[in-house]
Design a protein around this ligand. Structure first.
Ligand code: ADP
Ligand code: MG
Length: 219
């Protein structure tokens, strides 16, 4: 089932909830290899986004909502992750274009553009121990699920699974970008906070898509 603006709004609300729920964990991860503000940065940003959701036009497209998320995160999150995630949503909005619904192809295009935006902005490569290590496996898995004929919810579930595995895989690595890169070998044994938060956000995308699909089947 193609996903419309209602799903994007649900996804954003669910992202805000999951970020709030995992705030302490994200702070702890960032305290271990950064400056300890990641959970607060994201919680502040997504709370600001939620506050703006009620004001969106009734006929807003998915792309318009993604753009609102982008501009709000850029202006409220601060830190490295604000501009990076903001660029992800901005590029994702561009890929969504004026479409009123996102099918599996469009979702892959949105996720790919989002990842490309993070890379363009932050210049991190896979293996640098950043959020890219959640996004790139997610994009690859989403494309594979789409190629295998997966539904929109299945494409997003594949992305979320891969992002979780990607975030976990950062634990034994040395960081080559961001604050954690100043730590050298002391970053070993700690999961990258940005990869973890991105995997939470992508899981929220999959869960809300599954819920919408289930509701449509029942109704
Ligand atoms: P700050 O590092 O400014 O305190 P946050 O704590 O909010 O910002 O975010 C830290 C996260 O940002 C890191 O865990 C990492 O995933 C991500 N990050 C930092 N630099 C880059 C980069 N150049 N490219 C991609 N992601 C990055
Ligand atoms: Mg930080």
């Amino acid at each position: 089932m193609a996903l419309g603006t209602g799903w994007v709004v649900d996804w954003v609300r669910a992202s805000a909830e999951v970020v709030k729920e995992h705030r302490t964990e994200l702070v702890r991860l960032d305290r271990e290899i950064g400056d300890g503000d990641h959970g607060e940065n994201l919680d502040r940003g997504f709370s600001a986004v939620v506050a703006k959701l009620d004001g969106i036009e009734a006929d807003a497209t998915p792309g318009a909502v993604l753009k609102l998320v982008a501009t709000t995160l850029i202006s409220t999150v601060g830190g490295a992750s604000g501009p990076l995630l903001g660029t992800a949503y901005l590029k994702g909005a561009g890929a969504a274009g004026a479409a009123t619904e996102l099918d599996a192809d469009a979702l892959v295009a949105v996720l790919t553009a989002a990842r490309d935006g993070v890379v363009l902005r932050g210049k991190a490569e896979s293996g640098d121990k950043t959020m890219v290590d959640a996004w790139t496996p997610a994009v690859d898995a989403a494309a594979a699920a789409r190629d295998a004929g997966g539904s929109e919810a299945e494409v997003l579930a594949a992305a979320a699974d891969a992002a979780e595995a990607g975030a976990a895989a950062t634990e034994p690595w040395v960081a080559r970008k961001g604050r954690a890169s100043y730590l050298g070998e002391r970053a070993i044994g700690h999961r990258d906070p940005g990869a973890q938060s991105s995997s939470l956000i992508l899981r929220a995308a999959a869960d809300t898509a599954a819920a919408q699909t289930a509701a449509a089947t029942e109704g």
